[in-house]
Design a protein around this ligand. Structure first.
Ligand SMILES: *[C@@H]1O[C@H](CO)[C@@H](O)[C@H](O)[C@H]1NC(C)=O
Ligand SMILES: *[C@@H]1O[C@H](CO)[C@@H](O)[C@H](O)[C@H]1NC(C)=O
Ligand SMILES: *[C@@H]1O[C@H](CO)[C@@H](O)[C@H](O)[C@H]1NC(C)=O
Length: 393
């Protein structure tokens, strides 16, 4: 082999090796190196900038306090996603308190690029695992991004929604999210939700086995999102109370707010989910003219109706609405309802349930990451209606 051929072959091999062996890139809050495990980067952004499709960014334990948010603007591929995760499930906190907009003053605007401790824009095929995002101008903010996967994130005490998808967004999966105590002093509570998928469209977005509680506005909000979102095993409670002493309080306090008047019809699917002890309604279409599907959900002890469908000719099967402060349901004519608590003459009270104690549901997750099973809100009669944490239904 000539030396020239040998150089070419070596270069080709090197390229192949680089392509097929994804790099592991390390970051530590005390790092000051080049991204190896022994000399980790000190900045998450440096790792994101260095990452190529297929790479895994490992965050070592501790609290990261960035002064500019993390901008994610490159994509992985379907077969080589880019991963951002805690290393060996070490406890990793991304604290946004030093970022701009935490908070801005009442009525001021938060520029797009400053939104999110993680600002994800125009990208696909990122996987995120086991990160806690606190005190940010949004925790996770994803705009015009698709095919991303988020598992075991905790987003709390942010100065806007904990987790938000916006714009053109398809096939994003969010699973085992815990999002709580998010609030927006800038708007006196008008728009900080636990989970939001707002102002956009795109098929295939899913939220599963997630808990959304004590947020200032709604647990979940699909305001102006024009495509079906699938919601399964999602638990929303305690939302919409003024826990921060805001003047001119604007929190809405619904468990699940599923659209808006003037929306294109969006046929959301909600299964095996619970809305309880929210300030206002459990599940509300909010004027969405679509055909929503509700199967085996429970609305209990909310401050207004359990289910309020004022525009959507929805299909409701085997749901429970009980012990809510106003009429259990308020449904526009044309709604198709069968097998629900309100379709029979049985009257429901707290003693109709095996348990009205939510502490297991609200407590630590199991080793399989799911919320732990309990008897909370299971019908004492044994009837197979309403949501259950006992098993997948
Ligand atoms: C990082 O290391 C470089 C080179 O040793 C040093 O000059 C710099 O001050 C260090 N920075 C921090 C934040 O420790
Ligand atoms: C979303 O995923 C489905 C199923 O894999 C696929 O058919 C569809 O094309 C995807 N949508 C987009 C916009 O990529
Ligand atoms: C039902 O139980 C809950 C939780 O213990 C309690 O807060 C609520 O006041 C009870 N409601 C009624 C009508 O008994």
């Amino acid at each position: 082999m000539s030396s020239r051929t040998s150089v070419v072959v070596t270069a080709a091999l090197a390229a192949l090796v680089q392509q097929s062996y994804a790099a592991s890139i390390y970051v530590s809050p005390t790092g000051n190196g080049s991204g190896t495990i022994n000399a980790p980067y000190g900045s998450i952004q440096a790792a994101v900038d260095a990452a190529k499709a297929g790479d895994v960014i490992y965050l070592r334990a501790g609290t990261y306090l960035p002064t500019t948010n993390v901008q994610i603007k490159k994509s992985g591929t379907a077969t080589s996603p880019i991963t951002l995760r805690s290393y060996n499930d070490e406890k990793v906190i991304l604290d946004g308190e030093k970022l701009p907009g935490t908070p801005y003053g009442v009525g001021e605007s938060l520029p797009n690029k400053e939104r999110g401790i993680l600002h994800i824009e125009g990208v696909s095929y990122w996987y995120f695992y086991n990160l806690e995002l606190i005190n940010g101008p949004y925790g996770v903010y994803s705009r015009d991004s698709s095919h991303n996967y988020y598992e075991r994130l905790s987003t709390h005490d942010n100065y806007e929604s904990g987790f938000q998808l916006e714009g053109s967004a398809s096939n994003n999966t969010v699973i085992y999210l815990d999002s709580y105590l998010n609030r927006d002093p800038r708007k006196n509570g008008e728009s900080a939700d636990g989970f939001a998928c707002k102002e956009g469209s795109g098929e295939g977005n899913v939220l599963r086995n997630s808990r959304l509680w004590n947020n200032v506005d709604d647990g979940l909000d699909l305001y102006k999102f024009g495509s079906p979102v699938t919601i399964e095993e999602v638990y929303a409670w305690g939302n919409g109370f003024n826990r921060w002493g805001f003047s001119d309080f604007n929190g809405d306090g619904n468990g699940f707010k599923l659209g808006i008047t003037g929306n294109p019809p969006a046929n959301h699917i909600i299964r095996n989910s619970m809305a309880f002890s929210n300030a206002a309604k459990g599940f509300i279409d909010n004027g969405n003219p679509g055909s929503l599907t509700f199967e085996r959900n429970t609305a209990w002890n909310n401050g207004d109706n359990g289910f309020n469908m004022r525009s959507s000719k929805s299909t409701l099967k085997n749901n429970i609405a009980a012990v809510n402060k106003n009429a259990q349901v308020s449904l526009v004519s044309g709604t198709k309802a069968s097998g629900n608590s309100w379709d029979s003459s049985t009257s429901w009270s707290n003693s109709s349930f095996l348990s009205v104690d939510s502490s297991t549901l609200a407590g630590p997750r199991g080793s399989d990451f799911r919320v732990r099973a309990s008897n909370f809100l299971l019908p004492a009669s044994g009837a197979a209606i309403g949501a259950t944490t006992q098993a997948k239904v």
